[in-house]
Design a protein around this ligand. Structure first.
Ligand SMILES: [Zn+2]
Length: 426
């Protein structure tokens, strides 16, 4: 559970302020704990049908916190609806502004030192992530290959780091991060995995035995940059449409595209895009999966937040036949993080634990790319939600790596996968 500073709410008309611009808008973040199945269903429906509410954290588990940002003009109606359901929303944060605070960071000097690229102390910008990737590629050419696999809508190159001791390895792990711009912990965690594998070989050497790692630290650089410079809470990519901007990449994959939990309206946070794979970012991830699906056994897609390890299906509540394989790997991760950091991760199917969401990369990985173990990792947060305080980055990425290392080891040693691939003609 997150340590929000909770203030009991009172309905006051003064809290309803006018919107004059995005920067002056003052929204409220509510923390709600449903205690009945009916309340869980009500919140899920509210998420599906309402355009203006932004659910930061939504689960289908009774007793788990739900976090939702409510625009000022929607406040009174929202509270009235919740009270009528017997829910007791608490104000987690009021006067929430979407705008970034302070002045934008100055661009780093041309010859950035690697110390200044310490992503465990602060969130790097896109160009700094690239500098780190370049540095790793230059310094460790024996085991690291850097590739550009496409570019974003605004033409930022999408770059992968492949780490291997043997280019003919038959097993690989694919990790991507940051398909949602505002989820800053995700790219930081992906970079930390790279650092641990490449720069901390003494401790993690076994993770490179017969195993190749392909890591795409930032799927959505346009959304990430927009989140750093204009609107901290920006989730989608930056593809402009007639009324609003952005497609949700994690609703844009071509498996059960446009079904439940994916919005058809371009102004929604979960807009599925005009058609499946309409976006260059999702096309690049698709091509990366398909080019490597003969060797990729585990696909890990990093998101934030809430401490969940989830697997397909997302498009419906029921589980695939092979769910036990995924469950075993996810539980190895959650057990390890419990041991190392006393962290409580919830494990289960996306559609069951969170909510139904079609067109996600994990469903596509399993159903189309035939990657046997796709796992969505929802990283931790503090009271700042998507942007934990800089001093939290280090403990959070260390926790995540402890789980990722355990999942990799579990998968590496699990021969049941061989049987699964045989059964599926792979
Ligand atoms: Zn996400």
């Amino acid at each position: 559970m997150l340590g929000f500073t909770i203030l009991l709410f009172t309905i006051s008309l003064e809290s309803v302020s006018r919107i004059s611009s995005a920067c002056e808008r003052r929204d409220t973040l509510y923390n709600i704990v449903p205690t009945t199945g009916a309340q869980v269903r009500f919140l899920r429906e509210l998420n599906l049908k309402n355009e203006t509410l932004d659910f930061w954290l939504l689960t289908s588990i009774i007793g788990h916190e739900v976090h939702v940002k409510v625009p000022a003009e929607r406040n009174v109606r929202f509270l009235t609806e919740l009270l009528s359901q017997g829910l007791n929303p608490l104000v987690a944060s009021s006067n929430l502004s979407a705008c970034t605070s302070g002045t934008p960071q100055k661009r780093a000097a041309r010859y950035t030192t690697t110390e200044s690229l310490d992503f465990t102390r602060r969130y790097l910008r896109y160009y700094e992530i690239n500098r780190y990737i370049d540095y790793i590629g230059r310094k460790y050419p024996q085991i690291v290959t850097v590739n550009t696999i496409g570019s974003s809508f605004e033409k930022r190159p999408l770059r992968t780091v492949t780490i291997t001791r043997n280019k003919s390895n038959k097993k690989a792990i694919l990790i991507d991060a940051g398909i949602h711009g505002r989820e800053w912990m995700a790219p930081a965690s992906a970079l930390y995995v790279i650092k641990q594998l490449v720069q901390n070989g003494d401790t993690n050497g076994d993770l490179l035995n017969n195993l190749t790692w392909i890591i795409l630290p930032l799927v959505n650089p346009d959304g990430y940059e927009h989140s750093h410079t204009r609107d901290k809470l920006w989730r989608k990519n930056r593809h402009p449409f007639r009324r609003c901007t952005g497609t949700d990449g994690n609703r844009n994959f071509d498996f059960r595209w446009g079904e439940k939990g994916a919005a058809r309206h371009e102004c929604r946070q979960t807009y599925s895009g005009p058609k499946a794979f309409s976006e260059p970012e999702t096309q690049a991830v698709r091509d990366l999966m398909l080019a490597n699906n003969q060797i990729v056994k585990l696909y890990l897609t990093l998101h934030s937040y809430g401490r969940y390890l989830l697997y397909p299906w997302g498009y419906r509540k029921s589980l695939p036949k092979t769910w036990r394989l995924m469950d075993a790997v996810a539980r190895a991760g959650s057990d390890a993080m419990k041991r190392s950091h006393n962290a409580d991760y919830t494990v289960g199917g996306v559609g069951r634990i969170l909510y139904e969401a079609s067109g996600g990369s994990d469903d596509y990985a399993l159903a189309v790319a035939r990657i046997p173990i796709p796992i969505v990792m929802e990283l931790p947060a503090d009271e700042a939600g998507f942007h934990p305080a800089p001093e939290k980055i280090k403990p959070f990425v260390e926790e995540a790596f402890s789980g990722i290392r355990a999942m990799a080891r579990k998968e590496k040693d699990d021969n049941r996968l061989v049987a699964w691939r045989c059964r599926n003609g792979m």
